[in-house]
Design a protein around this ligand. Structure first.
Ligand SMILES: [Fe+2]
Length: 700
């Protein structure tokens, strides 16, 4: 509102200035004209010379000049002085050149007005200076209060962190995520700031919980859980004293309420839960899942996202959940999770290995860009009687897992889809686990690639790794020989990570560089045929295998009213998430191909019903996603996708609207896009990690 009032002010001032200027100029011209007139006019039957009226007319001009200074400050002052100076010159000319003594009173009055104008202007300027100084002082006081509040809040948060080391940094991250969600939801800067502080202090009530319960490593019993639940109420009580910021205690009190009414402390439901608490609840859950805890390591970002999708409408406010999902989607660098110091070898540049696989580094992702690893290996003394083949030699484990880490516990292997391809020893010995084939070639080392063995059996290695579709190439150069190891993975949809380990060796000075050198087709020799999941019979369009997010699409089909697409879809063996399913694209392009020249996409309808309307082209999509009573649940939905099913998508074209409808296992989706003009529109099926076969086109 303030902004609007301010924006109206300059407009009004301009009008006032124009009126005053017109009056002033008019009176100037009138005075000059009347001053020379020898005519008389009748006023109350008295003959009055017109020249007498100059006093009245010039007073109007002088008044306008004073008003201009008073209201339009600098511009008004300059205009007024200019006009008065002109008036002064005219009057002086009349007095001296034309010897008109009638100009004398006017001359005095103009001089007086000039003095008045200067006094008014300097008073205004003093007032302005005073107001600015006063405003600056208020701002400084406000800033100091904010700083004091921030420091007090941080001190409180540090007190919670000191009590509960396992969730260190949690409050700060929740504050950060909550204000980002609020921003995504279109909240103002001030609202985001309030939400930030509410997030910072949401768990302040934990100060009042006994340490023994708060930091208990095992599962809490029901009594202990009841005690923990008290932190919401204690937080409310602590923060209710801050009357200037009532939202703080509201957020602390209600941040454990659930959208379906199964939360605590008051079992509020849906919109009855204050919005600030609904936002913090999502931020809180996101951080809890994406952070390391004493009893488990952080969940992978994609699984966290899936939990938020599953919880939308039950645990979380669907709108807030959607905002969070979007933030995760645009966070390609994984900045929005607990900052991992661990980048290489668990934060260090060395690894001391005893028995093989006792110590294993973090996984290093292998991509189409060459990753170069340099490592120095020093043999470690073996205990007496111990036998280990390959002692003193480093080894690489090649694998895929949801969190990019090596695992050997059966449960984690299952939960995090750990899948091992092969083990490659730096002397060329290798063994296959899940890979389809492995080939090792030996060449002499190109000179100077690495140092030779040192006195104590030390050896420096330079590794280069890259991947092309389902093949990985690793070169190991020890200064004497260069090993070229090619591994054929089960298919091209999995990730490939490499982790360093070894037997009785001390790996030192490890450096990992991801270069910008891209590997090209033909750089890796194929040692196994390409696996295809679309070998079945084709329908009206060729079958399509989509290995990654929108990595492939069917041919385009012109959209006509009554068009029906029927196809068989099966998610690939590596698919593990809800959105590993087909997406329907509605677009236009010059050659009818998806991503063809002039490509413009109007809608992307995903079979899981997720949609983020983040367009900036003004296109409106009306999406209805209905979970029917017979919806089978997301886990069963994923199973159905794995097994494969026939899907039908229908299209309606009426006026400017294009409607896409489909229903699969209780998820009903209808999306209408409004597109101006009679553009030729096409549809194509794309998706993520799925195989599309037997695609049939039926037109009405
Ligand atoms: Fe909490």
């Amino acid at each position: 509102m303030d902004g609007k009032a301010d924006s109206r002010k300059p407009g009004r001032q301009k009008i006032l200035y124009a009126v005053l200027l017109a009056l002033s100029l008019g009176s100037l011209a009138g005075t000059a004209l009347m001053g020379r007139s020898r005519e008389v006019i009748l006023i109350f039957d008295e003959a009055v010379p017109v020249a007498f009226l100059t006093g009245i007319v010039s007073t109007v001009g002088n008044l306008c000049a004073i008003l201009m200074v008073n209201t339009i400050k600098k511009t008004g002052f300059l205009t007024a002085v200019t006009l008065l100076a002109v008036q002064l010159v005219i009057l002086l000319f009349g007095l001296l050149a034309e010897r008109r003594s009638s100009a004398l009173p006017g001359l005095f009055s103009v001089v007086l007005v000039i003095i008045a104008v200067i006094m008014v202007y300097s008073r205004e300027k003093r007032l302005d200076r005073y107001q600015t100084a006063e405003l600056d002082a208020v701002k400084a006081r406000q800033k100091a209060t904010e700083l004091l509040f921030e420091q007090t809040a941080t001190a409180l948060v540090n007190a919670i962190d000191a009590k509960d080391v396992y969730s260190r940094g949690h409050s700060l991250r929740v504050a950060e995520y909550a204000s980002r969600i609020a921003g995504q939801m279109g909240k103002s800067e001030e609202e985001c700031r309030q939400i930030y502080y509410a997030g910072l202090l949401h768990d302040v009530g934990k100060i009042g919980i006994k340490n023994a319960i708060l930091t208990k490593a095992g599962k809490l019993n029901s009594e202990e859980y009841e005690v923990i639940k008290q932190h919401a109420l204690i937080g409310r009580q602590i923060l209710s004293g801050i009357t200037a910021y009532p939202y703080l205690s509201i957020a602390a009190n209600f941040h454990h309420e659930r959208y379906d009414g199964r939360g605590y402390p008051e079992k509020l439901k849906g919109e009855d839960i204050p919005e600030i608490a609904r936002i913090i609840a999502v931020a809180d859950a996101y951080d809890a899942m994406s952070s390391n805890r004493s009893y488990r390591s952080a969940m992978p970002q994609q699984l966290v996202r899936e939990e938020i999708v599953k919880g939308a409408g039950t645990q979380f406010d669907p709108e807030v959940a959607r905002a969070m999902q979007h933030l995760i989607d645009v966070d390609e660098e994984y900045e929005m999770k607990e900052r991992q110091e661990v980048r290489e070898l668990a934060g260090k540049d060395e690894l001391v290995c005893t028995e093989l696989r006792n110590e294993v580094s973090e996984g290093i992702l292998i991509t189409f860009c060459v990753t170069r690893i340099r490592v120095r290996s020093v043999p470690e003394a073996m205990p007496e009687g111990a036998e280990e083949s390959g002692a003193g030699i480093p080894t690489l484990i090649l694998f895929d897992s949801l969190d990019g880490r090596y695992h050997d516990e059966p449960k984690t292997i299952r939960d995090l889809n750990y899948f091992e391809y092969a083990e490659i020893r730096f002397d060329g010995e290798s063994s296959i686990t899940g890979a389809r084939n492995i080939m090792t070639e030996v060449e002499p080392s190109p000179s100077g690639a690495a140092e030779g063995p040192g006195k104590t059996g030390e050896k420096s290695y330079c590794l280069e790794m890259a991947r092309l579709k389902d093949h990985v190439l690793i070169t190991i150069d020890d200064g004497e020989t260069l090993l070229r190891v090619t591994v054929a993975m089960p298919d091209s949809t999995r990730y490939a990570y490499a982790a360093l380990t070894g037997a009785y060796c001390h790996l030192k000075n490890v450096s990992i560089d991801i270069t910008l050198d891209r590997i090209r087709e033909g750089d890796i020799q194929r040692i196994a045929p390409e696996i295809s999941y679309v070998n079945g019979p084709a329908g009206d369009l060729p079958n399509v295998q989509i290995d990654g997010f929108r990595s492939a699409a069917t041919q385009g089909v012109p959209i006509t009213d009554g068009l029906r697409l029927r196809f068989h879809t099966m998610s690939l063996p590596t698919a593990r998430l809800i959105w590993h399913c087909p997406f329907i694209s509605v677009y236009s392009s010059e050659n009818g191909k998806i991503k063809g020249p002039g490509f413009h996409e109007f809608a992307l309808v995903r079979l899981d019903g997720e949609n983020w309307d983040d367009r900036d082209d003004g296109i409106v999509n009306e999406l209805t996603v209905d979970r029917k009573d017979y919806f089978i649940g997301w886990d069963a939905w994923k199973e159905k996708n794995k097994a494969g099913f026939d899907c039908t998508v229908t299209f309606e074209r009426k006026g400017s609207g294009v409607t896409v409808t489909t229903e699969n296992f209780g998820i009903f989706i209808r999306n209408t896009t409004y597109i101006d003009g009679g553009r030729k529109l096409f549809t194509a099926i794309t998706g993520d990690q799925c195989a599309l076969t037997d695609i049939r086109i039926r037109t009405a």
